[in-house]
Design a protein around this ligand. Sequence first.
Ligand SMILES: *Cc1c(COP(=O)(O)O)cnc(C)c1O
Length: 479
Amino acid sequence: MRPRALASPALHRAVHHALQWIDGLDDRPVGSTVAPEDLRRRLGGPLPQSRTDAAAVIDELVAATEGAHLGSVGGRFFAWVIGGALPAALAADWLTSTWDQPSALYRCGPAASIVEEVAGAWVKELLDLPRDTSFAFTTGCQLAHFTALAAARHALLARTGWNVEADGLCGAPPIRVLTSEHRHGSIDRAVRFLGIGTRSLIPLRTDADARITMEALDDAFRESHGPTIVVLNAADLNVAAFDPFAELIPRAHAAGAWVHIDGAFGLFARVSRAKRSLLAGVEAADSWATDAHKWLNVPFDCGICIIRDRAAHRAAMTVSASYMSPDSNARDQIDWTPEWSRRSRGFAVYAALRELGAEGLEALIDDTCAHCRELVSGLGGLPGAESVVLPQLNQGLVRFRDPAPGAQDDDHDRYTDTVIQAINATGEAFFSGTTWKGRRAMRVSVVNWRTTSADVRRAIEAARLVLSTLSLTCATSVD
Ligand SMILES: *Cc1c(COP(=O)(O)O)cnc(C)c1O
């Protein structure tokens, strides 16, 4: 019989590499420095036919991927909305893999089940949402939308006497989805997965600050009163716009609609006394989707959905199979999530909430917002740059102006993308671009607990050097 491989050498190597990675974040380029073909060459090859020592597998994996991990867990990564990993959350995530339970049922993971129960209740209290709601930990906000909108689909059609779980959607009354023209693409995909279809999506007009207007909602309800879901932003990804919940939600409810909130990161602004007025009235919605892996700084992946109508949530997700004898006294995750076997997501959320506490999380939210403001005003104040949107939360926009004489808006668009690439190429910071009101801009997104004022200064300095080098090149080429 082959001796059982000792797990510990591989685990020790993994701890060593993990610590090296984290300790090197300040010195390593933030972006990837390796081309895809080089990665394929390093990682590829024929299917292994024989065994390799586990520790060697780990060492070689780390060597082969060297330079090709984004430093998104570090303090100078400002692209998209990604977030880092708090130490306790990361460590709990390692242990989650070590315990390695499917945690669909209480019986398959007793601790996992109860820890999710506790973490779910804590999240509701932290976000100050109704305590008698149901919840689920999903892979991300995408599947949180899917879960919540499945509950909405169930409830809206049940009211018309239609059983969507048994009879499907063929012949059912059509469902409309009213949502912002600035919605996230994951809404469209959830609507697709649910068979509602993207043609049922009706984008609503927004004001200059990207917020759905009352008039746009009223017009949509004047056209039809059939089963309707209204999806509102808390917040949108370009400028962190919050739809005016206190005005819109009562109107949507008066028309019989189900209101769902996309709060992937913005819902966590509820934790900050300085910011929570931005979300006034959001607690009146029917369902909320958010992420633990973004602003809460839990490692990927973990989304959260919270649903007012527990019965609809359960009806949309539950299963009964002959080999499952539910423990009546404990929560089976499979009744609330779209997955069957799944990772025990509660451990990392629980650990993050214990590490920070409500006060620590409020400080994290307020600090990241302050750093975003410092960054946008610092970058926008550089020669050749301008702030397009100053952040009200943790998202802002900056644009760069092509210094060539007679340069037009299209030139500034191209130049903005050139500057983003050039900043990223320095390895000092990492940003992503976007199109805002038809024009290119650089997004400035701060979601990481590690970001400090020193990181902000270093990123601004990198941008200053890039701009002065580019404007010199430009001046020389004009001469
Ligand atoms: C990130 C994001 C999503 C999608 O969330 P995932 O966790 O990636 O599935 C949805 N909406 C908004 C506003 C987001 O920022």
